[in-house]
Design a protein around this ligand. Structure first.
Ligand code: SF4
Length: 197
């Protein structure tokens, strides 16, 4: 990447946007970083050792019983066109084609929209990189053993691209998005900045 090229947005910010768009303002405009709360710690896996991550990947693949022809792990991908960068936890080639796998350290009951659009962004990145269609994503919740396999529709893809545009807009215009006080505020690591606004 040359120095003139604009900074790429981490794909993880797509998930954050769906948690609360105001956090994008705090991170992308003010350069603030969260105070880690117990709630946020739940989802954090970056510090986990590779050995542990590999164990989780193996558990997931064994549960699915789908033949894996080839697999890639910790695959760093970026797209200048989209303006994002991300590390794909696992990409597998199966008889149905390429699938992106994202492992989340959570016990949520439902598939969260943030995870859906973040993983779809990885699929778009992988598709651009391999020049092959990536039609499915798999999201695995480790704490309750839930596996979601989703076929990426045009609508999901369009909403992912829309989210990326919104993130860029917040950063470029440096305008704090409006939000309502909500359930997420309780566990938010930016509450100390937001309080009273
Ligand atoms: S405290 Fe609430 S409104 Fe403020 S950034 Fe966090 S989730 Fe968003």
């Amino acid at each position: 990447m040359s120095e003139e090229e604009p900074e790429l947005i981490p794909a993880k910010w797509i998930e954050i946007y769906h948690y609360c768009p105001r956090i994008i303002y705090y991170m992308g405009v003010l350069g603030a970083r969260e105070r880690e709360t117990a709630y946020m710690r739940e989802g954090r896996m970056e510090e986990e050792c590779e050995e542990e991550k590999e164990k989780r990947r193996k558990t997931l693949l064994a549960k699915r019983k789908e033949k894996v022809i080839e697999k890639w792990t910790n695959l760093k991908l970026y797209s200048q066109k989209l303006g994002i960068v991300g590390v794909v936890d696992m990409l597998v080639k199966t008889e149905e084609g390429l699938k992106v796998v994202d492992i989340k350290n959570t016990a949520k009951k439902k598939l969260s929209s943030g995870y859906l659009y973040q993983t779809t962004a990885y699929a778009i990145l992988a598709q651009e990189h391999f020049k092959k269609p990536v039609k499915n994503i798999i999201i695995y919740y480790t704490k309750n053993d839930k596996i979601f396999e989703i076929k990426i529709t045009d609508q999901i893809k369009e909403h992912t691209i829309w989210t990326i545009k919104r993130i860029k807009e917040i950063i470029e215009k440096a305008k704090m998005p409006k939000t309502k006080r909500k359930r997420q505020c309780k566990g938010c690591g930016y509450y100390h900045l937001c309080r009273g606004l």
